[in-house]
Structures are given as C-alpha cells and as structure tokens.
Design a protein around this ligand. Structure first.
Ligand SMILES: C[S@@+](CC[C@H](N)C(=O)[O-])C[C@H]1O[C@@H](n2cnc3c(N)ncnc32)[C@H](O)[C@@H]1O
Length: 331
C-alpha cells in the first residue's frame, strides 16, 4: 500500500486515523510488509503483500462463515453443520484471540495464489470456468447493479466482499479510468487471488483492504459508490453491514448489491427449517422482498429492489443533510 492511502483508512477499533509503525519490506514507494498503528487506542495492524489487515484483534482474516461451515461439515456432515449454526451450538463469528489475523503460512500461500502459475493451473480448472460462465450469464444483473450505484460517475468505489474478484475486473473496466477502486473482504487469501487477476489485467487503480463490512475501516463519507456482487445479502449481519456502508458513503451517493438467497442455493443440502434457522441466526436475509424495508429503516433513500432473472438487485441512496451542499466526491 502507498502511504497516501492512510488518510482514507481508519482504525477498526476506535475509528481514529492510522500511521505507519514500521515497513519491513518496500517496493517502489509501496509498503509490502509492515505494521500500521493507531496512536489513539494503541492498536497495531499488519500489512501483508501490500494489503492492510484492518480487523479488530481476535478476528482471523478468513471468510468466517464458509470456514466455520466447512470445518463443522468435515466433522459431522453438511446438514448437521447447518443445524449446529442454526441452534447456536457452533459460535459465529469465532474469536480466536491468540492467533494472528494472517499466519506466515497464509502469507506464503497468498504469494502462490496471486502468481502466474496459480492462474495457469486454475484458469483451466472447471471451478473458475463455471464462475466465468455464471458471470457471463448474469451480466445484465451486474450492469443493473453498476447503473444503480452510478459507478460510471464515481471517483472512489468500494466493492464489498470482493472474494476472488470475479466481478472486480469488469467493474474496473466499467468505472472511470482514473477512479480509485477498493477491493474489500475479510479473507486475505481471497483478496490475493483478486490481486493476481488485477495485476494480470494490468490495472493500477485498485487497492485491496482486508476488513469487516460491519465495521468498515474507512474515513466517513469516503466513497462515491458502493457495490457488492453476491456479498451483501449473503454476508452475516445484513442490517449492520448496511449501517456500516451508510457511514462511509458520501451524501447523495448510492450503493447497490446483487445476490440470490442463500437458503434457495443450499436447498436440499440441509432441511429447509435448519437453513432458515441458520440464516436467521446469522442475520442473512431469507426473504429478499423484506430487505428494502430494512434499508429504508436504516436511513437510505430511493430504495429499490428488482429482479434480473434469478438475481435480486437492491439499491439505495445516502441522504443529503438538509441545508448542506453536496461535497465534492471523494474529498
Ligand atoms: C460469494 S463471495 C463474493 C463473490 C465476489 N464478489 C465475486 O465477484 O467473485 C462473498 C465474499 O464475502 C466475504 N465476506 C464475508 N463476510 C464479510 C464481511 N463481514 N465483510 C467483508 N467481506 C465479507 C467472503 O470472504 C467472500 O469472499
């Protein structure tokens, strides 16, 4: 990360500005490995492979939901794992206070995932091919999402739940050339894959940040547009996620997300009652038609929910405080 990025970031613990504590590896003016610190609360946060890891202490930089479900499923099978999450026997999110957010092994693995050889192997892999086919089939929904968030007028765009970056590369190509795009996810290894894709496509206007969208570690009102492709809507803590986004979205600016309901996608893999129970406990919407009401209640305006094929597209605009002029975007 470039040091200039610091003024856009905030401490995930106390929301005060961060500074560079040390930079153990630098490359062309970028911190590759190092530590950021918050003078206000004393928190320290690692930077690995140029990516700042801005999670509160105790949180691991992984896709916690998938990891928990996967771990339990290995032990007791998928349907029982769903039931354990539904009845609260298994804790989400798990806090493991003594583990580092990113282990040394994950940093090494991340280098591989971002590398050319990973892509040589995996671009031929069926999984990636399937993902690509699915994206092509869903291009209309993606277009609708970008349109509603007005990404073509944005200087600073946040992509929530970037994952492997399937929707990030097309987003970068759709947004203005000089826009600054933020890839954002709790999972370090996912962002390393996305980083590899962006490097291969030779885009230089994307920065990656590990953090939690329930508590986004960014300056207030930083973003001109927020989008999320199969992130918001499937990330646990729907309402708090939207509250977090409202805090970092500029006045009068829009967010939009697209998703299919998790309970439908997992249909048949566990009982419907357990799937709904799990989603409700984790606050993942089971009824998309109810989401617009939640979004309005949080304070968004011009809330719209529509469907493009099987995909739900939800959007809303941050209110403009009465009597104020809209500040210049990204300022
Ligand atoms: C289905 S993937 C998104 C796919 C991706 N947008 C794409 O285009 O390929 C969902 C992502 O949300 C991330 N995620 C889960 N909880 C999150 C949170 N609280 N904040 C940010 N990202 C989160 C997961 O790690 C995962 O990578």
């Amino acid at each position: 990360m470039k040091e200039a990025l610091l003024e856009k970031l905030r401490c995930p613990r106390c929301r005060e500005p961060l500074c560079v504590w040390n930079a153990t590896e630098e490359d062309g003016g970028e911190i590759v490995e190092g530590t950021l610190a918050c003078h206000a609360c004393g928190g320290t946060f690692p930077v690995h492979s140029t990516i700042p890891i801005l999670l509160v202490p105790g949180r691991r930089a992984v896709d916690e939901f998938a990891a928990t479900l996967g771990r339990e499923a290995q032990k007791v099978g998928f349907s029982k794992a769903v039931r354990s999450l539904a009845d609260g026997t298994v804790e989400y999110p798990a806090t493991r206070t003594f583990e580092p957010a990113v282990t040394a092994a994950e940093v090494r693995e991340g280098r591989y995932r971002a590398s050319e050889s990973f892509w040589e192997t995996f671009s031929r892999n069926r999984l990636v091919q399937q993902q690509q086919n699915a994206l092509t089939a869903h291009l209309d929904a993606m277009e609708e999402m970008w349109l509603r968030a007005e990404v073509n007028f944005a200087d600073t765009v946040l992509d929530v739940g970037t994952g492997w970056g399937g929707a990030l590369v097309p987003l970068v190509e759709r947004a203005p050339q000089d826009a600054m795009i933020f890839g954002f996810d709790t999972a370090f290894l996912n962002l390393r894959v996305a980083q590899g894709q962006i490097e291969r496509a030779q885009h230089e206007n994307v920065v990656f940040v590990v953090g939690d969208c329930l508590n986004p570690p960014f300056r207030e009102r930083l973003f001109d547009a927020v989008v999320s492709w199969f992130g918001i809507g499937r990330i646990p803590g729907f309402v708090n996620c939207l509250r977090g986004i409202l805090g970092v979205l500029g006045p009068g600016r829009a967010f939009s997300c697209a998703w299919t309901p998790l309970v439908n996608d997992l249909d048949g893999l566990a009982s419907q009652a357990d799937l709904i129970g799990m989603a409700e406990r984790l606050e993942i919407p089971t009824r998309p038609d109810e989401t617009a009401g939640f979004v309005e209640a949080i304070g968004f305006e011009e809330v719209e929910l529509s469907t493009v094929g099987p995909i739900f597209v939800l959007s809303g605009r941050a209110p403009i405080p009465q009597g104020s002029l809209i500040p210049p975007s990204g300022s």
